[in-house]
Design a protein around this ligand. Structure first.
Ligand SMILES: Cc1cc2nc3c(=O)[nH]c(=O)nc-3n(C[C@H](O)[C@H](O)[C@H](O)COP(=O)(O)OP(=O)(O)OC[C@H]3O[C@@H](n4cnc5c(N)ncnc54)[C@H](O)[C@@H]3O)c2cc1C
Length: 499
């Protein structure tokens, strides 16, 4: 099976005596939870990318900064790697353990420390669930804008580490645009702060550098987020199409007309049918594609935009257009989209969720390319994604029990990402690189760029103990993978030209 990143990572690490390590961790505090029995470790062997699994040496669940600092110092003293974990919903294997490492689970950091409705900010611990922030802010008419579909479960620490996005990020920005400050423990246990209470801070923008660094530069112990006033009104419009490409062109037309919807999502027929069967959202199951377009703001502006979008949709050749007539219908239509991944999980034994970003104008071409690649590899692909951002989420359906299907799914996923790079896009939109896309980093970046990434990592973590083997490939690995970086928009895959 090829679903492993770097088999050499664990092999190259020095072996540490487990009992000595556990005694040192236990000595930190009687309250520190340290798990090491086989049956205690098994639930932590993977994150949301369940195809990659490794049981860690031990799992530690600190509940205070002092405990977390102690764990890092013990790890540094013993030369043991540390993999941070929030809620474990990540889809790129970022929180996948290392066999000879500590899994540092931040779930007990689950307090909202302070919420300031006047400044419209909240200070929260990293284990706080994304949705819990908006729930706490709701009585003040405020909310936290980035809303990953996993928001009911994923943690804000994981969101910062992945620079998470969501339906509303088209208009309101990603995590990086909605976080003011993070407090971080370095591998040596030093507490440092990146960012500040105001909009700009002196010095290099280390907050932006840190956001999306996938647990490789430090451990987030507190996050200060921006809260936004809830829009006066939000209206959702669903448009159905008999052709996926027409839907792709309609997305470009809406944004091209200067309208920035609160959310602009697309689902293809396979995803529509799976979601409808699961949630009964009221989707047209015979449509080849639907667009969900939400307009929010002042009521008069929203009504005006709805009318403009309806005109654009009619011109783009869409079939039925429906505006949710009340809040219950709006939420039901969103529920279908937000549950589309688990819905696809009901119709296939396994699925592999990709995450690439492309320029919006390339949507139709890339959807055509994904369909052709799916046929070539003999696997079905469902598409459900943040169309307004050009952030694709092809879900590759496979059955791991059928010999060779897992390998085919992985190979197809790689080709889809390479197609995204070829049209001027990126191998990730919001799920991160983790262990999953490490080979495609060699496609996206030059040797020099990858060398810079290693230098940044070394500046924060000279011993390389924080989440090693994720995100940044070794140059050696890129050479083995075939030194595939694109030159002048040309990948060494002539067959991709046909899309
Ligand atoms: C059904 C489903 C839908 C999803 N939809 C979206 C979506 O719409 N948008 C989106 O962006 N993502 C989505 N995701 C992916 C995932 O939920 C996000 O990446 C999320 O940000 C991960 O948060 P987590 O707490 O689960 O982090 P984990 O999976 O536990 O960890 C993710 C990464 O963050 C690091 N990390 C975690 N906590 C810390 C910390 N305190 N300090 C330093 N590093 C840390 C880990 O080492 C790892 O590299 C989805 C996942 C699922 C299962």
């Amino acid at each position: 099976m090829s679903f492993t990143y770097d088999e050499k990572i664990d092999g190259a690490l020095p072996s540490v005596d487990r009992n000595t390590l556990i005694s040192a961790l236990r000595a930190l505090s009687p309250d520190l939870e340290v798990l090491h029995e086989a049956e205690e470790l098994r639930p932590f062997e993977c994150d949301g990318l369940a195809a990659y699994r490794t049981v860690p040496l031990c799992v530690v669940l600190p509940s205070t900064v002092e405990q977390a600092r102690g764990v890092l110092r013990v790890a540094a003293a013993h030369g043991v790697p540390v993999v941070p974990r929030g809620a474990g919903t990540g889809l790129s294997g970022g929180a996948m353990p290392i066999e000879k490492g500590i899994l540092l689970v931040m779930a007990k950091f689950n307090r909202i420390v302070a919420l300031d409705p006047v400044a419209a900010t909240a200070r929260v611990q990293p284990g706080v669930r994304n949705l819990a922030i908006s729930q706490a802010a709701a009585p003040y008419g405020l909310y936290y804008a980035p809303d990953p579909s996993s928001q009911i479960a994923c943690s804000i620490g994981g969101n910062v580490a992945e620079n998470a996005g969501g339906v509303h990020c088209l208009k309101y920005g990603l995590t990086v645009h909605n976080v003011l400050k993070v407090d971080v423990l370095t591998i040596d246990g030093e507490l440092v702060t990146f960012g500040g209470e105001s909009l700009d801070s002196p010095g290099f923008d280390l907050l932006a550098l840190f956001t999306g660094s996938e647990g490789m530069l430090g451990i987030v112990v507190e996050v200060t987020v921006k809260l936004l006033p809830k829009p006066q009104c939000a209206k959702l419009l669903m448009a159905s199409f008999d052709d996926v490409e027409k839907a792709g062109r309609a997305v470009a037309d809406i944004i091209g007309a200067g309208i920035i919807p609160g959310g602009l999502e697309m689902m293809d027929n396979l995803a529509i049918r799976a979601a409808e069967d699961f949630i009964h959202a009221g989707y047209p199951v015979d449509a080849e594609a639907i667009l969900l377009c939400e307009l929010d703001g002042a009521e008069s502006d929203v009504d005006e935009d709805i009318a403009r979008v309806q005109t654009l949709l009619a011109e783009s050749g869409c079939g039925q257009v429906r505006v949710a007539h009340d809040e219950a219908e709006r939420l039901r239509l969103w529920a279908g989209r937000k549950n589309a991944f688990p819905a696809v999980g009901r119709v296939s034994p396994d699925y592999y969720c990709m995450d690439g970003t492309i320029p919006r104008r390339e949507l139709a071409r890339v959807l055509r390319g994904i369909a052709a690649l799916g046929e070539e590899y003999g696997l079905l692909v469902a598409n459900v994604f943040h169309a307004g951002d050009g952030n694709m989420h092809p879900l590759i359906l496979f059955d791991a029990n059928r010999p060779g299907e897992l390998d085919r799914a992985e190979a197809l996923g790689g080709k889809i990402l390479e197609l995204c790079v070829q049209v001027g896009g990126s191998i990730t939109g919001e799920h991160g690189v983790g262990r999953e896309k490490i080979n495609q980093m060699c496609v996206q970046f030059t040797r020099d760029e990858i060398t810079f990434f290693h230098a940044v990592k070394a500046a924060f973590d000279p011993s390389g103990l924080l989440n090693p083997g994720k995100n940044i490939p070794t140059l050696h690995r890129c050479a083995e993978f075939g030194a595939m970086h694109i030159h002048h928009g040309q990948l060494p895959f002539p067959h991709l030209e046909r899309f």
